[in-house]
Design a protein around this ligand. Structure first.
Ligand SMILES: *Cc1c(COP(=O)(O)O)cnc(C)c1O
Length: 435
């Protein structure tokens, strides 16, 4: 059994997976990390499908889930393709946006939901999952958690402050999901979620609440898998076995943390690039320009899912000893401006006839900057985190006249939607939760 510890634990206190899963945050305010990283199982590269790879690797992390059960969970959670595409210049793009909400957050949310549902069914409990969202996370959680037997979802988003496409995805009618449009900001939504989780009145009324935000360890475990899948496909598609440069579009740093866990378990990665937009605390930290935890305010950018001034997973990276070149795999940070992001979207279209979302463009641009600085040419693996069709305005700005198309998004238009508007007050949220 893999045990977990808090990033802030001083002694040798440990926690089980189930406790870490349902509590999210450790009681001391820290984040959970595995006490030891299980090594990759022999022959993992021979897995023929993503779910098969998932089952084999996750068995090392969750040995108390029976193998047929894990197989069922992985088959249901990862029921979409994860293709690797080659661009010019020895660059390979791993498309992580073929899940139901067209962004990589589907991996974490779909797996976490199914594991929670399974563990709840064993203990005969029912839970309501509260999520505050400013975009991709909410729809991934709503979709991933909908229709499960032992879970309901209440989603809070800031009314009028998410894009039209994002809102359409958030308020789509889904079994067991209530979408609340809060008249306020994202911070108001987060405050309401925290308030409800700690509310004695709701507890006394027997409303069982949890949250599914990005700091939950259960979201990181499945995110390691696609690094491995990419290495396997890369080895098949290229002649060399050079350890690649891996460029990760980063905001809250969960994706990068998962990559480091994969590297610690034995995945051969040469170098990580944390590709950030103007919210560049982490690159500045790695360059020695700011102290640990001396975060900045969030700045809005075109790659808005990465607009995080104070990345929560920095605490995990810090605990893992990532300070530039001392970790097991070197990590460097690069900052990319909105202007360079737009130029990279246009250039990728012109040179490779390939359309990328702004987050993926940040990662592609980071690879170019890195190669220029380092005169280095190992194959580059770029994680493509969202489908470009989710960002029509940015694509139109970068490439007037070009539109990104997605069948799945087009199919959303005209589907039944349901949402309820509330003021930014705990009394109003309480009323919804008790109804
Ligand atoms: C959440 C998100 C990111 C950033 O991932 P982190 O794990 O928060 O660093 C990048 N791109 C897209 C499209 C996202 O939704």
């Amino acid at each position: 059994m893999t045990l977990y510890r808090s990033t802030r634990a001083t002694g040798n206190a440990t926690t089980t997976f189930s406790e870490a899963l349902f509590s999210g945050l450790a009681p001391d305010g820290g984040l959970y990390l595995p006490l030891e990283v299980p090594p990759l199982p022999a022959g993992w590269q021979d897995a023929e499908t993503f779910p098969q790879l998932a089952r084999e690797v996750l068995a090392g992390w969750l040995p108390d889930l029976e193998s047929d059960l894990l197989e069922g969970l992985c088959g249901a959670a990862f029921d979409f393709p994860v293709p690797l595409l080659q661009l010019s210049g020895d660059r390979f793009v791993l498309e992580l946006f073929h899940g139901p909400t067209l962004a990589f957050k589907d991996f974490g949310a779909r797996f976490m939901a199914r594991v929670m549902d399974e563990l709840l069914s064993r203990s005969g409990q029912r839970l309501t999952v509260l999520v505050a969202t400013s975009g991709d996370t909410g729809s991934a959680v709503a979709d991933g958690f909908s229709g499960l037997d032992n879970l309901d979802v209440v989603l809070l988003y800031p009314y009028g402050r998410v894009s039209a496409v994002q809102e359409q995805q958030l308020i789509l009618e889904r079994p067991g999901v209530t979408a609340l449009a809060v008249e306020g900001t994202f911070d108001d939504c987060q405050r309401l979620v925290k308030g409800a989780l700690l509310d004695p009145e709701l507890a006394a009324a027997g409303v069982n609440l949890t949250t599914a935000n990005s700091i939950n360890i259960a979201r990181l475990l499945p995110q390691q898998l696609y690094y491995l899948w990419a290495l396997k496909l890369l080895a098949q598609q290229t002649e060399t076995d050079a350890a690649p440069l891996v460029s990760v579009p980063s905001g809250n740093l969960g994706n990068l943390t998962a990559g480091l866990l994969a590297a610690q378990s034995g995945a051969r990665i040469g170098q990580f690039l944390a590709a950030h937009n103007e919210n560049d605390y982490f690159p500045r930290f790695l360059a020695g320009e700011v102290a640990a935890f001396d975060f900045s305010a969030t700045v809005p950018t075109l790659s808005n899912a990465m607009d995080v001034g104070a990345p929560s997973n920095f605490e995990r990276l810090h605990a893992l000893g990532v300070t530039g070149s001392t970790g097991s795999v070197p990590v460097s940070g690069i900052r990319v401006s909105d202007e360079a992001t737009l130029a990279r979207i246009a250039r990728t279209w012109q040179e490779d006839s390939y359309l990328v979302c702004p987050h993926t463009a940040v990662a592609l641009e980071a690879v170019s900057s890195w190669r220029e600085q380092q005169h280095e040419r190992s194959p580059a693996l770029i994680l493509a985190t969202a489908h470009p069709a989710k960002f029509p305005d940015t694509i139109a700005r970068a490439l007037p006249g070009v539109t990104a198309h997605s069948e799945a998004l087009a199919a959303l238009v005209g589907q039944p939607v349901r949402m309820q508007r509330i003021g930014p007050h705990l009394t109003e949220l309480r009323a919804v939760l008790q109804s």
